[in-house]
Design a protein around this ligand. Structure first.
Ligand code: AP5
Ligand code: MG
Length: 216
């Protein structure tokens, strides 16, 4: 049965960083709702215009459009063996929708790593983040700087700072996370799927703990 890994955790904790590494190691697809929205914004689609109006305010994009975007994405052939879900689900309604989709597609949520860190660390990480324009590779000006300022090591494209990484928007996103996404921690804990990971550790150590969880 296809294995889906749900990365849970607050904004800026390192979900995207770890998802990229895990996807490469496990050969599972990396499905990031935030990246999919940003791709739509870049391509100026109708979905992108709608999503931008919420993302810029630090609010969640409505469940119906988010769910149908993810459904289309995991229906693709590269998710046949499963995927690393980064940023989805983020509400109880999304978690229910995911269960239904996976029943239909013949998959299941395997494990839910829940990565945590204090708010001050989240703000520091998000506000120093630089993201690659082409493929969303992630850097930090202090913790993991690119070899050449402003240029992605992996594909040579331009690095930019996300609009929603301004301190006041990050703070708002953390509030929204606490209110709308935190209930999923209990939901997956009750289901016996939750695995807590200390996100304040170095990237390599977090990866090590994630991989050992996946191998169980
Ligand atoms: P999204 O893009 O998913 O943002 P997020 O969840 O707020 O998370 P981030 O991408 O900010 O952080 P991350 O955990 O991926 O951290 P990263 O690895 O980059 O969503 C954006 C918006 O889209 C939402 O606000 C919402 O509007 C909308 N949206 C998305 N999904 C949605 C959904 N399901 N429903 C409704 N709306 C949705 O790391 C951060 C920084 O820290 C980087 O600079 C990195 O280099 C550094 N770093 C990472 N790990 C470490 C470490 N261990 N030590 C030191 N530095 C580290
Ligand atoms: Mg991310």
């Amino acid at each position: 049965m296809a294995a889906f890994i749900v990365l849970l955790g607050p904004p800026g904790v390192g979900k995207g960083t770890q998802a990229k590494i895990l996807a490469e190691t496990t050969k599972l697809a990396h499905v990031s709702s935030g990246d999919l929205f940003r791709e739509n914004i870049k391509n100026q689609t109708e979905l992108g215009r709608l999503a931008k109006s919420f993302i810029d305010k630090g609010e969640l994009v409505p469940d119906d459009v988010t769910i149908s975007m993810i459904r289309d994405r995991i229906a693709r052939s590269d998710c046949e063996a499963g995927a690393i879900l980064d940023g989805f689900p983020r509400t109880p309604a999304q978690a229910d929708a995911l269960e239904n989709m996976l029943t239909e597609f013949g998959g299941e949520v395997d494990v839910v790593p829940y990565i945590t860190a204090a708010e001050s660390i989240l703000v520091e990480r998000a506000s120093g983040r630089w993201t690659c324009r082409e493929q969303g590779h992630i850097y930090h000006q202090t913790f993991s700087p690119p070899k050449k300022t402003g240029v992605c090591d992996m594909d040579g494209s331009e690095l930019y700072q996300r609009e929603d990484d301004k301190v006041e928007t990050v703070t708002k996103r953390i509030r929204v996370y606490l209110r709308q996404t935190m209930p999923l921690v209990e939901y997956y804990r009750k289901g016996g799927k939750l695995l807590e990971i200390d996100g304040t550790q170095a990237v390599e150590q977090v990866t090590k703990e994630l991989l050992s969880a996946l191998n169980k």
